[in-house]
Design a protein around this ligand. Structure first.
Ligand SMILES: *[C@@H]1O[C@H](CO)[C@@H](O)[C@H](O)[C@H]1NC(C)=O
Ligand SMILES: *[C@@H]1O[C@H](CO)[C@@H](O)[C@H](O)[C@H]1NC(C)=O
Ligand SMILES: *[C@@H]1O[C@H](CO)[C@@H](O)[C@H](O)[C@H]1NC(C)=O
Ligand SMILES: *[C@@H]1O[C@H](CO)[C@@H](O)[C@H](O)[C@H]1NC(C)=O
Ligand SMILES: *[C@@H]1O[C@H](CO)[C@@H](O)[C@H](O)[C@H]1NC(C)=O
Ligand SMILES: *[C@@H]1O[C@H](CO)[C@@H](O)[C@H](O)[C@H]1NC(C)=O
Ligand SMILES: *[C@@H]1O[C@H](CO)[C@@H](O)[C@H](O)[C@H]1NC(C)=O
Ligand SMILES: *[C@@H]1O[C@H](CO)[C@@H](O)[C@H](O)[C@H]1NC(C)=O
Ligand SMILES: *[C@@H]1O[C@H](CO)[C@@H](O)[C@H](O)[C@H]1NC(C)=O
Ligand SMILES: *[C@@H]1O[C@H](CO)[C@@H](O)[C@H](O)[C@H]1NC(C)=O
Ligand SMILES: *[C@@H]1O[C@H](CO)[C@@H](O)[C@H](O)[C@H]1NC(C)=O
Length: 802
C-alpha cells in the first residue's frame, strides 16, 4: 500500500488503518502522529549509549533515570539498577559517562526512621520494572521495583520530575516520602560542591540550591555547574544534609571537597514530607553554568507552576519535536514498519545534541549562539551535521556561527567540546571540514572571512597543547609533507601517535581550506591544494597484509614513515575488529580507532587516485569487498561510512546500493540493541538516514552519491528556500529485489551522473529513478563519476566548488 506521510499536510487513504506499533493499539490515519513512530529507546543498550529521556530539540535540560549499568547516556534498557534521576546528559557518546549531575532520588524510610533511608548510591540503587519504561519525545516514565513511580519532562534549562508514592508497600497513607539530592555526577568526578537546604517545617515548598566543580567526560580542565531544586506536593516534615549513610536535620548547609587520597565522600541534602500526602511530590530542577540564582530563574521562568505545568510541558515539547519533522515526507511503498520506526527515530536523535547553551556560557559574553556538546566533531562532521544542513539549515548555520565564536574568543576552533570544556582532539581539525561543507552548501549568515582565518590558524600555527585544539607536528608537515612516525616536535604537546591518520586528515583539512580559499579569491589556494596531496607520501606500494599468516593478496597500504624518510611498520590489520581497538590512551597506534586497511579508503577528495594506486577499479572493488566481508570493516565507527559509497568512484554505483542494504537493517534496526556502535550524538542515526534517503554526502564537497531510497519516494523541503526536493523510485518493491538504477531523470530530463549537488535541495526538483534487478550502464561512464581532485586536476576542485 502506498501511503504518503507528510507531517504538515497529511494525505491519507480512507479507512487505512495504521499497523500497530509494539504494545500500542491501531490508530486511524486521522489520528496520525509522527511521534508515534519514534522510539527513543532504540540504541539504549548494546553500546548505542543514546539519551532515552525527555528533552526539547537541542535542549540543555535532558531528564532521565540514571542506571548503574550502561549509563553513558544516563539510562539503559540493560536491566541494571536506577541510581538517581538527573537532568543533564549527552547522547551516544563513548568512554566515560557524561554529566548526570545532581541526581535526586525518592524513598520512604522504613519505620519512618531517617537513619533507615539509604543515602549512598550502593544502598539506594533499585531495579526498575522492565515493562514500566515509557519513553516518548518530551516524556520519560519508569516505576521502581518498590512501586515508586517516576516520570519527567523538560523545558530548555529546567526539568520537572514527578514522584508518585501511592503504589508503594509503605505508601499506606502514613508514610512520609523523602527526596534526596546527591552532590555527584554519573562519573563521580566531583572535585568540590556546596548545598544549602531551605525548607521550613510545615511549609508547602522546599528549595535546595548549590553548585559543584566537575570534570568533563572527554576533555581538559573542569567546569562549575549550579542547581536550584524546588520540591512541592506536601508539607515539609524535616530536612537537612547527609554524609555517607547518615543524615541529620542540622546543619542545613554542606561543603565537600576531595579528602585524603582524593577520597570520594558521598553527600548531599534531603527533604521529607509529612505523610499522608495526596498526590505526587514534584521536583523542579533548574540548572545553570552561570550561577545558582540563574538556575532558579531558569526554573521559575520556564516552569512557573510545578504542580500544574507537567502536561503543558509535555505537549510543548511534543509540539516542538513535531515541527522538526515537517521538512521530511516519505511515501513508504509498504516497507516494513520497523524501517519507518528506525528512520523517524534516527531523525529525532540527530537533534538531541549539540545542545543550545546560548545564555549559559560562563567563559565569555557574546551575542552569537553558543552550542555545546560537539562530542566530537570527528564523529559529527561526516554525516550528522550534513544531515542537519538539509533538514535544519537554520540551526546548522547557528552551529557554525557558534564554532566561529569559540574561535574568536578562545583563539582556536574546537575539535570536541562538552560541559563548556575543551575536548580531546582525535585526528585532524574536523571543524575545518564543517565550515567548508557549510560554505559549499551556501549556508547563510556566516562570516566566511572569519572562517577562512580560523582554518588558516589550524593549518599554520601549532598550539602548545594540540591535544585540545589545532594540529601537532606542523613543522614536519610543512617541511616533509607528512606527519612522521615518532616525530620530533618541541613546539607543542599532544599524544604523539596516529601519524598515518593525522596525515590523511590534515590532507583533507587542507583540501577543504583550498576550496574555501579559492571561493574567496585567495591565492593561497594552490599552496593548500598541494598539501592536500600529502597523503600520498605515506603510501607504501609494496606493503602486503597477512591474516593469520596467509596473504590477503592485496598490495599497497599506508605505512608510518620516520623523520629520516625510512619506513616504519604497522600491521595493516592492527586496530581493526580482527585485532585490538586503538584509541588515544588505549593501545595508541599510527592509525586512530581504525586500521590501515580502513584508512586506505580515507582520501575523500581523491578517491580516483586511490583506485589508480591500488591497481585500477577491478582490484579496488575486490579489495573493498574483502574489507567488508572479512571482518576488517567496523560499521559501528565513523571512518567506515564513506567506504560503503566508494564503488561510485569505480563506476559501479549499484554496488554501493547493495552494500547499504547489507548493513540496513541487519546492523541498524529498531530494536533497543539496534545500533552497531555508539550513536555518537546522531552519527549512526545519520548514516541510516542518508542511506535510506538515497543521497549520501561527501562533506566538504558539493556531492551526494545517488542510490535508490529505501522508500518508494522521499521529499525534503528546504527551510531557507521553501523548495522541495523529491526522489522517486519507479519499479520500487518493498522486498528490495530492485535496488539497481537503470536510468534516471531530473525534472523530466535524462540524468546520467551518479551524484548530485546541494542545488537539488536548495532549488528543489524531482529526481526519478527507474529500478531493476541487475546493475546497468547508468552512472558508469567516466563523465558520470563523482569529482576527484587529481582526475581533471583543478577541474576536480572546480567541480566540488560552489
Ligand atoms: C529485565 O530486563 C533485563 C534486561 O533485558 C533482564 O536481564 C532482567 O532479567 C529483566 N527482569 C525481569 C524481572 O524480567
Ligand atoms: C499515582 O499512581 C497511582 C497508582 O499507583 C495512580 O492511580 C495515580 O493516578 C497516580 N497519580 C498520578 C498523579 O499520576
Ligand atoms: C504503613 O506504613 C508505615 C510507615 O512506613 C509502616 O510502619 C506500616 O507497617 C505500614 N502498614 C502497612 C499495613 O503496610
Ligand atoms: C573546587 O575545585 C576546583 C577544581 O579543583 C578548584 O579550582 C576550586 O578552587 C575549588 N573550589 C573551592 C571553593 O574549593
Ligand atoms: C557555590 O556555592 C557556595 C555556597 O553558596 C558559594 O560560596 C560559592 O561562591 C559558589 N561557587 C561558585 C563558583 O559560584
Ligand atoms: C520487519 O522487520 C522486523 C525486524 O527486522 C522483522 O522481524 C520482521 O520479520 C519484518 N516483517 C516483515 C513482514 O518483513
Ligand atoms: C586467526 O586464528 C585464530 C586462532 O586460530 C582464530 O581464532 C581467528 O578467528 C583467526 N582470525 C581470522 C581473521 O581468520
Ligand atoms: C631512520 O630512523 C629510524 C628510527 O630511528 C631508524 O630505525 C632507521 O635506521 C633510520 N634510517 C636511516 C637510513 O638512518
Ligand atoms: C539489529 O542491529 C543489531 C546491532 O547492529 C544487531 O546486533 C542485530 O542482529 C540486528 N537485528 C536484526 C533482527 O537484524
Ligand atoms: C517559506 O514559507 C514560510 C511559511 O509559509 C514563510 O513564512 C517564509 O517566508 C517562506 N520563506 C521563503 C524564503 O520563501
Ligand atoms: C550557491 O550560490 C551560488 C550563487 O548564488 C550559486 O551559483 C550556487 O549554485 C549555489 N550553490 C548551491 C549548492 O546551492
Amino acid at each position: 500500500m502506498v501511503l504518503f506521510v507528510r507531517v504538515s499536510a497529511i494525505l491519507f487513504i480512507a479507512n487505512y488503518v495504521y499497523p500497530s506499533l509494539a504494545g500500542r493499539t491501531a490508530k486511524r490515519a486521522d489520528d496520525f502522529d509522527i511521534l508515534d513512530w519514534i522510539d527513543p529507546l532504540i540504541g539504549s543498550r548494546n553500546g548505542g549509549n543514546v539519551f532515552a529521556g525527555a528533552s526539547l530539540p537541542y535542549g540543555m535540560a535532558k531528564a532521565v533515570a540514571d542506571v548503574d549499568g550502561e549509563n553513558t547516556g544516563g539510562f539503559s534498557t540493560d536491566g541494571s539498577r536506577i541510581t538517581g534521576f538527573s537532568a543533564l546528559h549527552d547522547s551516544g557518546t563513548g568512554g566515560n559517562p557524561s554529566l548526570g549531575n545532581f541526581p535526586i532520588f525518592p524513598q520512604i524510610c522504613p519505620q519512618d526512621d531517617l537513619n533507615q533511608c539509604k543515602f549512598p548510591i550502593g544502598g539506594r540503587s533499585t531495579h526498575y520494572k522492565n515493562d514500566s519504561v515509557k519513553a516518548e519525545p518530551g516524556y520519560f516514565g519508569v516505576t521502581l521495583e518498590n512501586g515508586i513511580k517516576a516520570d519527567m519532562t523538560a523545558a530548555e534549562h529546567a526539568a520537572l520530575f514527578r514522584f508518585n508514592f501511592s503504589g508503594t508497600e509503605h505508601g499506606n497513607g502514613t508514610a512520609s516520602p523523602l527526596i534526596m539530592l546527591d552532590l555527584t555526577d554519573l562519573w563521580a568526578s566531583r572535585q568540590n560542591a556546596s548545598i544549602s537546604v531551605e525548607a521550613e517545617v510545615g511549609s508547602s515548598t522546599a528549595r535546595m540550591r548549590g553548585n559543584g566543580t566537575f570534570l568533563p567526560s572527554f576533555g581538559a580542565g573542569s567546569y562549575v555547574l549550579h542547581f536550584c531544586l524546588d520540591l512541592t506536593g506536601g508539607e515539609v516534615k524535616d530536612s537537612g544534609v547527609w554524609v555517607n549513610d547518615r543524615a541529620g536535620t542540622e546543619p542545613k548547609e554542606l561543603y565537600v571537597t576531595r579528602g585524603f587520597n582524593l577520597f570520594y565522600l558521598q553527600a548531599g541534602g534531603f527533604v521529607r514530607f509529612q505523610g499522608p500526602i495526596d498526590g505526587p511530590i514534584l521536583a523542579r530542577m533548574g540548572l545553570s553554568f552561570i550561577s545558582s540564582s540563574q538556575a532558579c530563574t531558569n526554573a521559575e521562568t520556564e516552569i512557573p507552576s510545578p504542580t500544574s505545568d507537567f502536561s503543558t510541558l509535555v505537549s510543548t515539547a511534543k509540539d516542538a519535536w513535531r515541527k522538526k519533522f515537517i521538512p521530511i515526507a516519505i511515501e513508504t511503498g509498504g516497507v516494513n514498519d520497523s524501517l519507518q520506526i528506525s528512520f523517524w527515530s534516527a531523525v529525532y536523535r540527530t537533534m538531541m545534541s549539540p545542545q543550545d547553551y546560548t545564555g549559559e556560557n560562563p567563559h565569555w559574553e557574546s551575542s552569537e549562539p553558543y552550542f555545546d556538546s560537539f562530542y566530537c566533531i570527528w564523529d559529527m562532521w561526516r554525516v550528522q551535521l550534513p544531515f542537519l544542513t538539509i533538514i535544519d539549515p537554520q540551526t546548522q548555520s547557528r552551529l557554525v556561527r557558534s564554532l566561529l565564536d569559540i574561535y574568536k574568543h578562545r583563539g582556536w576552533l574546537p575539535d570536541c567540546s562538552m560541559s563548556t570544556c575543551k575536548g580531546w582532539t582525535q585526528g585532524g581539525s574536523d571543524a575545518d571540514n564543517v565550515l567548508v561543507d557549510a560554505y559549499v552548501k551556501n549556508l547563510t549568515g556566516i562570516d566566511w572571512e572569519l572562517a577562512y582565518e580560523a582554518i588558516v590558524n589550524d593549518a599554520e600555527n601549532e598550539p602548545r597543547e594540540w591535544s585540545i585544539e589545532g594540529r601537532g607536528g606542523l613543522a614536519s608537515w610543512k617541511r616533509l609533507n607528512y606527519i612522521p612516525y615518532l616525530d620530533f616536535d618541541p613546539v607543542g604537546f599532544g599524544t604523539n601517535s596516529r601519524s598515518i591518520s593525522r596525515t590523511l586528515e590534515y590532507a583533507y583539512n587542507d583540501f577543504n581550506l583550498a576550496t574555501l580559499a579559492k571561493g574567496l579569491g585567495k591565492d593561497t589556494y594552490t599552496k593548500y591544494l598541494s598539501r592536500a596531496g600529502n597523503w600520498q607520501n605515506l603510501f607504501k606500494a609494496d606493503q602486503v597484509s597477512l591474516i593469520n599468516g596467509s596473504d590477503t593478496g592485496f598490495t599497497g597500504f599506508f605505512q608510518p614513515k620516520y623523520l629520516n624518510g625510512t619506513w616504519g611498520y604497522q600491521d595493516p590489520i592492527a586496530c581493526s575488529p580482527l585485532a585490538d581497538f586503538c584509541s588515544l590512551t588505549s593501545n595508541p597506534s599510527e592509525t586512530f580507532e581504525s586500521s590501515a586497511w580502513e584508512y586506505m579508503f580515507f582520501v575523500p577528495h581523491d578517491v580516483r587516485k586511490v583506485i589508480e594506486l591500488l591497481g585500477g577499479p577491478e582490484t579496488f572493488l575486490r579489495r573493498l569487498n574483502f574489507f567488508h566481508q572479512s571482518g576488517l570493516a567496523d560499521i559501528g565507527n565513523e571512518p567506515v561510512f564513506l567506504t560503503v559509497y566508494m564503488p561510485h568512484y569505480a563506476g559501479r554505483p549499484g554496488l554501493s546500493a547493495k552494500r547499504a542494504h547489507d548493513y540496513i537493517p541487519s546492523r541498524f534496526n529498531s530494536s533497543h540493541a539496534g545500533l552497531p556502535g555508539n550513536d555518537d550524538s546522531g552519527a549512526m542515526a545519520s548514516f541510516l538516514l542518508f542511506s535510506t534517503l538515497g543521497l549520501f554526502p561527501n562533506p566538504g564537497q558539493n556531492v551526494y552519491f545517488i542510490i535508490p531510497p529505501f522508500f518508494e519516494a522521499v521529499s525534503i523541503t528546504n527551510e531557507l528556500t521553501n523548495n522541495t526536493a523529491t526522489i522517486r523510485n519507479l519499479n520500487f518493491d518493498k522486498e528490495y529485489k530492485n535496488i539497481y538504477i537503470q536510468s534516471a531523470t531530473l525534472n523530466g530530463e535524462p540524468y546520467t551522473r551518479s551524484w548530485i549537488g546541494h542545488e537539488f535541495f536548495a532549488n528543489g526538483g524531482t529526481l526519478e529513478l527507474v529500478l531493476g534487478e541487475t546493475e546497468s550502464e547508468w552512472g558508469t561512464r567516466e563523465e558520470d563519476l563523482p569529482p576527484s581532485l587529481s582526475v581533471g586536476g583543478e577541474e576536480g576542485l572546480e567541480m566540488g566548488l560552489v
